[in-house]
Ligand binder design. Structure first.
Ligand code: ADP
Length: 218
């Protein structure tokens, strides 16, 4: 059976989640207190409903318990976000993802049992800053406070050298998990794989070790 999603709050964040899930062909119910927002998503989501989700009867009448995953994307109104999450939890919704606006908001959300808490602005800010400061970094995914997966462009300095020549794991403590070469992806490359200057290396490791490796490329 297909998973069913409900997105509460159709601002920029909730709206784009709703659109992306619909484009994946998934069943999505869009909910917002603002009728104009709901009308804007009427043709995108499978169902679109006007309602104040801080009102338990509204959530019950929608049958929110039957959704596999509910995303709370109420932005600035922290009180409404917390209250909505609390009611979802009390009604027994299994999987709840909530957008947090700040650290206090996050703390409360984790206390009341939100399964996943996201900080889109903060995370995107960090990603962009990282790309701005290091020329070779194309993208990065934070795994923990100290570990990441980073896409780094190779360059002429390491062109023609094998992974073993560079001795990346021993010298820098990072692992190359994949190499993007044109349209091809070499997953778990062998130690004798020769790096080309146009390659994109996908490396995993501690941030400090990845930084040392990036400097090797400068
Ligand atoms: P973003 O920063 O992602 O654009 P916004 O704060 O602009 O987020 O959007 C949040 C959305 O949540 C708005 O469309 C707003 O109408 C909706 N919203 C706010 N409070 C409630 C509520 N109690 N019930 C349902 N939707 C709500």
């Amino acid at each position: 059976m297909k998973k069913e999603f409900a997105v509460i709050g159709l601002g920029r964040f909730g709206g784009s989640i709703c659109q992306a899930l619909s484009e994946e062909g998934l069943e999505v119910m869009a909910i917002d207190i603002d009728e104009d927002k709901v009308n804007a998503y009427a043709n995108i989501a499978s169902h679109a409903v006007v309602g104040d989700t801080t009102d338990e009867t509204v959530l019950k009448s929608i049958g929110i318990r039957n959704f596999d995953h509910v995303i709370v994307a109420i932005g600035d109104n922290i009180q409404a976000s917390i209250l909505t999450t609390l009611i979802l939890k009390e009604l027994g919704v299994n999987d709840i993802t909530v957008k947090a606006t700040n650290d206090y908001h996050e703390k409360v959300l984790s206390k009341i049992g939100a399964n996943r808490i996201v900080h889109p602005e903060r995370d995107m800010g960090k990603r962009i800053a990282h790309k701005i400061v290091s020329n070779n970094v194309l993208d990065y995914l934070e795994l923990s406070d100290e570990h990441s997966i980073v896409e780094i462009s190779a360059n002429h300095k390491i062109n023609g050298q094998s992974i073993i020549d560079l001795d990346i794991r021993a010298k820098y403590g990072v692992n190359i998990v994949a190499i993007k070469r044109n349209k091809e992806i070499i997953v778990s490359p062998q130690a004798n794989e020769i790096i080309q200057s146009q390659d994109v290396l996908i490396v995993i490791g501690a941030d400090s070790d990845i930084n040392r490796f990036e400097k090797r490329l400068l």
